[in-house]
Structures are given as structure tokens and as C-alpha cells.
Ligand binder design. Structure first.
Ligand code: GRF
Length: 217
């Protein structure tokens, strides 16, 4: 009994703390809140946005998670905005910064400060279709299979080391809405799964050779 209680107390002290950055509707944030937050030692300890009216902020508030807004226009430049945001994140004692539809480029200083501690989700099988409108790019290219990628963030656009990928078949009829629905449903499974693996300490950057991710079973 005593041992069990001690273990639980220890688990709460060493919770894996994440902050989510989101600019839009926040359905990936919602999946993380529903499937991860408060379980297996993972805590969402903050949600920040560049958009004061982002629906993601309402979702966070609904879950009792603290929020902050860092609009670009409130700061001299992107570096200053990101420095303020980094300070807020660090004050929360964060293990991982999770980008979930965050539509701003991060400054190199921000990426360096949280090196290998920032992840992003992208609606394509990177390195194919990086950047904006990856779903539209897949349809325009005429592929039959696209997918979802979770990756670490580096200084490039969608260029960081890949953690997990899952394929998605383009639905017959190649309807954009139908493809979006299946891609998003896949994201909502894959992102919590990848973050849980990181929280469990199973994901690391290879020590030698080209920068790549090693998953420990
Ligand atoms: C997702 O498609 C994600 O892959 C991309 O931005 C979108 C965010 O959607 N990076 P939501 O705000 O989580 O609903």
C-alpha cells in the first residue's frame, strides 16, 4: 500500500508536461486532450496561439488548461514574439512543445532553444508534399496513397527527422472533403500515439550518421 502510494506520488512529480501551439480549429489538440491528457503521466500544461479567436483556445479552456496568446502584431518582430512565447513555455516546466495546426514559422532561436523537443504533424508522407495545402498537393499530383507524418521540428519547413508515418488511401472519386476526413481521423490517432512514445522515452535521435529517429520497442 505504502509502496503503491509512493510510486503514484513519484509519477505525478515526474509527469511528462506538454504545451500545444495551435492557430485554428484544434481538432488535433482535442484528440490529445481526450486521449492523452491526464493519462499515463502526460499532462497538457498550456495551449498558446498567435490567434486570439482560435477555437483551439476554447477547447483548452473547456479542459481547464491554461492559455496564452502571442499575436505577431504585439511584438517588434518574429524573434521577439517567439522569445516571449519561449519564456512562457519554459516557465511551465515543459518537456515537449507540440505544434498542432500552428500556422507560423518559428524563429531559429526558438527551434534551437527547444532542440529535439518540438514536434509537428503534417498531412502527407514527408518528404513528399511539404508546406501549405499538402492535401491539395496530393490531389493535384494524382497519387492514390498519401498519409500523415509526425516529425521533430528543425529550422526548415517540414524537414525535421520523421518519428511516425501512416499511409492513407485517397478515396475513390478523389473528393477533397472525403480525403480530408480520413487524413484528419488518422492524425487524431497518430499524434497521441507518437507523443505517448516520446513520453515513454522510446524515441531518440540517432547518435551517428544522418539525423534520424530511433524507436525503442
Ligand atoms: C492538420 O491537418 C495538421 O496536419 C496541420 O494543420 C491541421 C490542423 O488541424 N499541420 P486542427 O487545427 O488540429 O484541426
Amino acid at each position: 500500500m505504502w509502496l503503491l502510494r509512493a510510486l503514484r506520488e513519484d509519477a505525478s512529480v515526474s509527469a511528462f508536461r506538454i504545451v500545444v501551439l495551435a492557430s485554428g480549429s484544434g481538432t488535433n489538440l482535442q484528440a490529445i486532450l481526450d486521449r492523452l491528457h491526464g493519462r499515463d503521466g502526460v499532462e497538457v500544461v498550456g495551449v498558446a496561439s498567435d490567434k486570439p479567436r482560435a477555437q483551439a483556445l476554447e477547447r483548452a479552456q473547456g479542459a481547464g488548461v491554461e492559455t496564452a496568446v502571442f499575436p505577431r502584431g504585439d511584438y517588434a518582430d518574429r524573434t521577439a514574439r517567439d522569445a516571449a512565447m519561449a519564456g512562457w513555455i519554459e516557465s511551465r516546466g515543459v518537456n515537449l512543445v507540440v505544434l498542432a495546426g500552428y500556422m507560423q514559422l518559428l524563429s531559429d532561436e526558438f527551434v534551437a532553444r527547444f532542440r529535439n523537443r518540438i514536434v509537428n504533424i503534417h498531412p502527407a508522407l514527408l518528404p513528399t508534399f511539404p508546406g501549405l495545402d499538402a492535401i491539395g498537393q496530393a490531389l493535384a499530383a494524382g497519387v492514390d496513397v498519401t498519409g500523415v507524418t509526425v516529425h521533430f521540428v528543425d529550422e526548415g519547413v517540414d524537414t525535421g527527422p520523421v518519428i511516425l508515418q501512416r499511409e492513407v488511401a485517397v478515396p475513390a472519386g478523389r473528393d477533397r472533403e472525403a480525403l480530408e476526413a480520413v487524413v484528419h481521423a488518422t492524425e487524431h490517432e497518430l499524434y497521441p500515439e507518437a507523443i505517448r512514445m516520446i513520453a515513454e522515452g522510446r524515441v531518440r535521435i540517432a547518435e551517428s550518421g544522418p539525423v534520424s529517429v530511433v524507436i525503442d520497442e
